[in-house]
Design a protein around this ligand. Structure first.
Ligand SMILES: C[S@@+](CC[C@H](N)C(=O)[O-])C[C@H]1O[C@@H](n2cnc3c(N)ncnc32)[C@H](O)[C@@H]1O
Length: 343
């Protein structure tokens, strides 16, 4: 990795996740190339302050519990593209990838070196929703998500699988969306454990997720879940690994019920990559803006307290570890990594 800020990120992951894995392998993603990340740069303080002033003024709505139609429509576009073209790649990438030019690495703004700022800088908050699939596939945001998922979810799963020598494994994604995370997880597992028997189960309330899964092959399946309705919580099989990326954030009630359901299912390992404002620092200008954003959207106000309550009252042997991913998008340093299991 030639890029300095990216090298810092990889070293951070290597040192903090206590798992020896060659750095060359960390950035080599089965079925995907992250070379575009060599062509990014870190914004300077002056640019950062100007941008923060602009994005801090944008108002955001609170998440609500009636948004299933929005997700059906959004993922429905991916479903139409996949079924019209009879191929998954590059159409599985969500339409919102790459809709803003900036991302964050190690708490700083980064942009592609080729990016030209709009003459009217305030236009930087205008989302582009019509980016062709191939551009979304090659976007910086997509590369960062692929790198993050491999290092912070797939690798810890692999480590646990190797330690426990499991033969049949069940991977569940809560709020799987277009299923791109499960799609790349299968490529990763096939590459590292060629003799595995693994099932990939998408959990979501969106019908479009279900329809996309039907195009993904026999190892993939779909189960309906509605976080607001415990009676819809599916049975989680033995030898399971559960993860979420930016999905539990969408709940506008306490997260305790869904976390309690996960704990009772006693998975081998759970990794939630979600925005959790308490992991950010009010002493950083960028973080302060992210905290305000998360609070205005009402993202997971009680995630940490719910986990700690479940540990104290129900599962004393619950192991819980939390850290910052080092990755974020234009509007938030959105991704904290909560890793937990019942020992
Ligand atoms: C921001 S998207 C993230 C999707 C995917 N994890 C990704 O990384 O692209 C949030 C997902 O959570 C799902 N979701 C939101 N609220 C839900 C609820 N109450 N029950 C089940 N799924 C929900 C949405 O349908 C959507 O697929």
């Amino acid at each position: 990795m030639k890029n300095k800020i990216l090298r810092e990120l990889i070293i951070y992951w290597e040192k903090s996740f206590n798992y020896k894995f060659p750095n060359k392998e960390r950035i080599s993603i089965p079925g995907f190339n992250v070379n575009n990340l060599d062509k990014i740069y870190e914004l300077d303080l002056e640019e950062t302050e100007k941008i923060l002033r602009i994005i801090s003024q944008v108002k955001h709505n609170k998440v609500d519990n009636k948004s299933v139609a929005k997700w059906n429509k959004g993922w429905g576009q991916n479903y139409i593209d996949i079924s019209d073209n009879k191929i998954i790649e590059p159409y599985i990438v969500p339409y919102y990838f790459g809709k803003y030019p900036l991302s964050r690495i190690m708490g700083k703004f980064i942009a592609p070196k080729s990016y030209k700022f709009p003459i009217e800088l305030k236009n930087i908050v205008k989302a582009k929703w019509d980016i062709p699939a191939i551009e979304r596939w090659h976007s910086i945001e997509h590369s960062l998500v692929r790198l993050m998922m491999q290092n912070l979810v797939y690798l810890p799963f692999l480590k646990t699988i190797l330690e426990t020598d499991l033969k049949e494994i069940n991977f569940y994604e809560l709020g799987a969306g277009t299923n791109h995370n499960l799609y790349f997880l299968k490529k990763f597992i096939d590459y590292h454990l060629p003799n595995n028997k693994a099932n990939y189960i998408a959990l979501d309330w969106s019908d479009s997720t279900k329809e996309i899964v039907k195009n993904m092959g026999q190892n993939f399946s779909y189960k309906y879940i509605n976080y607001y309705k415990p009676e819809t919580f599916p049975l989680i099989k033995e030898n399971s690994f559960i993860f979420s990326l930016a999905s539990l954030e969408q709940i506008n009630i306490s997260s305790e019920t869904i976390l309690n359901f996960i704990a009772e299912s006693t998975p081998k390992l759970v990794i939630n990559i979600e925005p959790i404002s308490q992991t950010l620092s009010i002493n950083s200008l960028l973080d302060k803006q992210s905290i305000a954003y998360m609070e205005s959207r009402n993202y997971l106000p009680d995630f940490i307290s719910s986990i700690l309550k479940i540990k104290m009252n129900k599962f004393n042997s619950l192991y819980f570890d939390i850290s910052r991913s080092g990755v974020g998008s234009q509007f938030i340093d959105g991704y904290s990594v909560a890793k937990w299991s019942i020992l």
